[in-house]
Design a protein around this ligand. Structure first.
Ligand SMILES: NC(=O)CC(=O)C(=O)O
Length: 284
């Protein structure tokens, strides 16, 4: 079968994040326009782009969705720039519970997907990093898929990148791009960030985008190194540590090619192992 070229210009915005929510939103809004002016149609922001990342901040910065300053900025920016906008993540409050949530907005400014971090970041590496999101946050239970001009895109957040079954579930639902807003840190980032993205890409024959905040110098230090990875597991673009926008002209026919040439999804032995049950699903 001949594959037809299907391209989308994408931008990953590795924005600087401070303690002032209004400044964070204004900065993100400016960078979204800049990405749009460089031709991007699908633009993504980082995890916790409107607040510092840390359990003590979730309560203070939490907003309801879609009625809050962050949702309003994202909706307006998507509409004014006529782009699909993956609004990184910000702390959400609903029924007195907090979530780490990603929202997606279409070129009309409409909310088309909402995803709550499913695997909470609870780790303890002595001499490295100890973090316990579950002290404050609740985990989401639903996948989220949205459509960009006929291409299915699935969402995860940061620690979710470590869970192959989640990525495989998306792949089995027809996803060709997986997007993870992801603030890795300076302990696990150098060991695992690139490796995990390339692993999810090659295992599932999908494009993988991961978007970090720029590296700060206080509190939780984000690793940076936002990255676009092809379904062949090639790194198409990678940021350094500071504020930066990286771009990729994504040719979706690469998914068709790798899936035809290395047909692992027809070769799986589900008579022997079946690690993924089709589970909860929501498009919004
Ligand atoms: N911050 C996260 O959710 C994940 C992370 O930093 C890691 O897995 O390491």
């Amino acid at each position: 079968m001949k594959s037809v070229m299907r391209t989308i210009r994408t931008a990953l915005i590795q924005s600087r994040v401070g303690t002032n929510r209004t400044e964070n939103l204004e900065n993100a809004s400016k960078l979204i326009s800049q990405a749009k002016n460089s031709g991007a149609k699908l633009i993504s922001l980082p995890e916790c782009f409107n607040s510092p990342y840390g359990t003590k901040f979730f309560n203070e910065y939490a907003e309801s969705i879609p009625n809050g300053p962050t949702s309003e900025m994202l909706s307006k920016a998507a509409r004014e720039n006529q782009v699909y906008l993956v609004g990184g993540t910000f702390p959400e409050i609903e029924n007195e519970k907090f979530y780490n949530t990603c929202t997606v907005w279409n070129p009309e400014g409409k909310l088309v997907a909402k995803y709550r971090k499913m695997h909470l970041f609870d780790i303890d590496i002595p001499g490295g990093i100890t973090f316990k999101e579950s002290d404050v946050l609740f985990a989401g239970n639903e996948l989220a898929i949205f459509d960009v001009e006929g291409v299915k895109v699935g969402l995860g957040i940061c620690y979710d990148l470590r869970f192959e079954e989640l990525a495989k579930l998306y792949r089995l639902k027809g996803v060709e791009i997986l997007i993870y807003p992801a603030a890795f840190n300076t302990t696990t980032g150098p060991m695992h960030f690139e490796l995990l993205q390339r692993s999810r890409a090659v295992d599932n024959q999908v494009f993988v985008f991961a978007i970090s905040p720029a590296r700060g110098d206080q509190g939780y230090i984000a690793w940076g190194h936002s990255q676009i990875t092809s379904p062949w597991a090639k790194v198409i673009a990678q940021a350094k540590e500071g504020e930066e926008i990286i771009y990729g002209d994504i040719d979706l026919s690469e998914c068709d090619k790798v899936r035809q040439q290395i047909p692992i999804f027809h070769q799986r032995r589900n008579d022997i192992y079946n690690t993924v049950e089709i589970g909860a699903f929501s498009s919004k």
